[in-house]
Write a protein that binds this ligand. Structure first.
Ligand code: SF4
Ligand code: SF4
Length: 360
């Protein structure tokens, strides 16, 4: 219990210090009000000022070195966001607190990744999270010293055969070796951060692997494991779970292991899983996503537009799926985001047309 409280306290302090740095009081005040105004707009539809996303997903790499059957990033031409472009981008997002470095590609393919994390975390006081397939790993010491808050490995199942079928092109043993290397380096450096986690996508194919995944996560010594539903991946390589009752067993398994590892279950369609904010979509009001070319989306959810982003841009710049290009015209991006949020309650935006999170 004491260990649990100690860990939670350390995490709370880390988050608070980054979000509201005492050495930058003006910035802390701006972040606080941005958060408050975003909350008022989300909860009550009241909009006083243009807000900035509190959570920003930045695509540092478009494209992937493997080709998961539910994705498609492996078939996409690779593009990269350079360190200089990242610096330019982040300059206009002072109020943003959380940075997520992934979208439609493998972030560890970027040669600048540790520089990018370090700049965001240390220079700009952001809370940085990275998701990776862990088939490749930057220098572990450099990575840990770049001060990310959380690094998560995408491992849907610890059944090697199934894993290599789903994550086509990935070698299971290499992924586990890389994960172990990072955990050992963190221990050797006696660091409390980053939190090292595992993210497992739950589908019919992996439904029976909940417990195996949790046991393996404990054995490997990761800090937490997270389960998420299949929605909203662009390809249909995996089968979504047809009988929602089947998922309920995950909550029982969670209880069994929750004193040994932190387990998060993102809510599935039927509301099974951890709590999710009720009402209009909070992601629309608190988040944003920028791709490697600077094009902005209201959130990081790949949807029906995601596969065809460039075609959409050519046909209609002001389509409500795209909020503008932050490199070309940041002011227009802000204006478009304000319009998107002001009309969010009146009519469901095209961008959100198939999304179950629009109103819950
Ligand atoms: S799901 Fe992730 S690891 Fe798999 S192809 Fe897509 S970007 Fe790559
Ligand atoms: S409703 Fe869905 S698609 Fe729309 S902003 Fe929210 S999460 Fe994104």
């Amino acid at each position: 219990m004491a260990r649990y409280i100690n860990t939670r306290y350390r995490q709370f302090r880390f988050l608070l210090n980054k979000a509201f740095p005492s050495w930058e009081p003006l910035l802390s005040v701006r972040r606080f009000w941005n958060l408050m105004f975003s909350y008022l707009q989300w909860k009550f539809g009241i909009s006083f000022f243009a807000t900035k996303p509190t959570m920003l997903t930045v695509e540092v790499v478009r494209g992937c070195n493997i080709n998961c059957i539910m994705c498609g990033a492996g078939e996409t031409k690779k593009s990269f966001l350079s360190f200089d472009k990242f610096k330019e981008l982040i300059e206009n997002f002072e109020e943003t607190i959380f940075i997520f470095l992934y979208l439609w590609g493998e972030p560890f393919l970027s040669k600048d990744i540790t520089k990018i994390i370090r700049y965001a975390s240390v220079q700009k006081s952001k809370i940085v999270t990275v998701y990776s397939n862990f088939t490749v790993l930057p220098d572990e010491v450099e990575l840990i010293n770049s001060e990310p808050y959380e690094i998560t490995a995408s491992i849907d199942t610890f059944d090697k055969k199934k894993y290599e079928f789903i994550r086509t092109g990935a070698k299971f043993d290499k992924v586990i070796e890389n994960l172990q290397k990072l955990i050992k380096t963190k221990q050797k450096l006696r660091k409390n951060f980053p939190i090292i986690g595992i993210n497992s996508i739950v589908s019919e194919e992996t439904l029976d692997d909940f417990e195996l995944n949790i046991k393996m996560a404990i054995e490997l010594g990761v800090d937490k494991i997270k389960f998420q539903g299949l929605f909203p991946f662009p390809k249909t390589g995996l089968k979504d779970i047809s009988d929602r009752n089947k998922i309920k067993k995950i909550t029982e398994i969670k209880k069994k292991y929750s004193d040994r590892i932190k387990i998060e279950i993102l809510p599935f369609y039927g509301g099974i899983g951890d709590d999710f904010p009720k009402g209009y979509c909070f992601l629309a009001h608190f988040s944003g996503a920028i791709d490697t070319n600077g094009y902005a989306l209201p959130c990081c959810m790949p949807n029906q537009f995601f596969n065809n982003l460039s075609a959409l841009l050519l046909s209609s710049y002001r389509n409500d799926s795209i909020l503008g290009n932050v490199f070309e015209d940041h002011k227009t991006y802000i204006r478009n985001r304000v319009d998107f949020l002001r009309s969010f309650r009146n009519s469901r935006p095209t961008f959100c047309s198939n999304c179950p999170l629009y109103y819950r």
